[in-house]
Ligand binder design. Structure first.
Ligand code: ADE
Length: 250
């Protein structure tokens, strides 16, 4: 069971994404608990103030340290479990599947969503373990990035996504782009499903899929192949693909 606490000024924003489909099922099954915590509830100020003007001047507002310190200290609780406090920011480490896999092994994640011009630097120094960005673009707040992170992490928790799929993926296409999929009808507006998929020959189908996955990855994301330890079979297929490319051009 993983517990994810989200610290946000806009808990209502999270209503939709986690009440449907796979994440909803995972919550119902007790595989993941997602708690939405309003930062404002931890303000000690009589006006429930959570932000203030930046020292030194400049535009926008900065999230005050007190409510965030109070909230994280309150939520941390049992220090002996595997837990991490994460701040969503474009200045963070770029999210990828390796980071997602590591985070999915934790028992407790606290996610802090920033807004306005940012948060007081002392929050980042003292209570944040890791800063994560979901891409090199700027969003208006950390809520959408938090939803992306939670979705990616939750599907890696054993039992959340169908067991079969997970095993299949592990066996030969991890780290590659997916091979093309088809369903009925066999002929749609004159476009045929590749013959091999109808053959019932599982060895051939597996080979075809691996070749297609390698082809897609080679054409669209060659950087992924550079980071990958290629198996003999894959080196051979890639060689053929490169040759086919050459003869097609000549
Ligand atoms: N907050 C605003 N933009 C962001 C991004 N790209 N990643 C994470 N947090 C953000």
């Amino acid at each position: 069971m993983m517990v994810i606490d989200v610290l946000t000024l806009f808990p209502e924003m999270f209503k939709g994404p986690f009440e449907y489909s796979i994440i909803k099922k995972a919550r119902d099954k007790g595989l993941v608990e997602i708690n939405l915590v309003n930062i404002r509830d931890f303000s000690t100020d009589k006006h429930k103030k959570v932000d203030d003007y930046p020292y030194g001047g400049g535009p926008g507002m900065v999230l005050k340290p007190e409510p965030l310190f109070n909230a994280v200290e309150h939520l941390k609780g049992n220090k002996f479990i595997k837990q991490k406090t994460i701040f969503m920011t474009p200045q963070g480490k770029l999210l990828n599947q390796d980071i997602v896999r590591e985070l999915s092994k934790l028992e407790h994640i606290i996610i802090v969503c920033g807004h306005y011009e940012g948060v007081d630097e002392r929050v980042r120094q003292c209570i944040i373990d890791e800063e994560i960005s979901i891409g090199d673009y700027v969003l208006t707040g950390g809520e959408l990035p938090a939803m992306v992170l939670i979705d990616a992490v939750a599907r890696m928790i054993p039992g959340v996504v169908g067991h079969k799929e997970g095993v299949y993926e592990e066996s030969f296409i991890t780290g590659l782009l997916e091979y093309p999929q088809y369903t009925r009808p066999r002929n749609f507006r004159g476009m045929e499903v590749p013959e091999v998929l109808l053959s019932g020959d599982h060895k051939k189908i597996r080979e075809w899929r691996l070749k297609q996955a390698l082809k897609r990855t080679y054409e669209r994301r060659p950087d992924l192949l550079e980071d990958r330890k290629l198996r003999d079979e894959e080196v051979k297929i890639l060689g053929t693909l490169k040759n086919e490319g050459r003869s097609a051009r000549s």
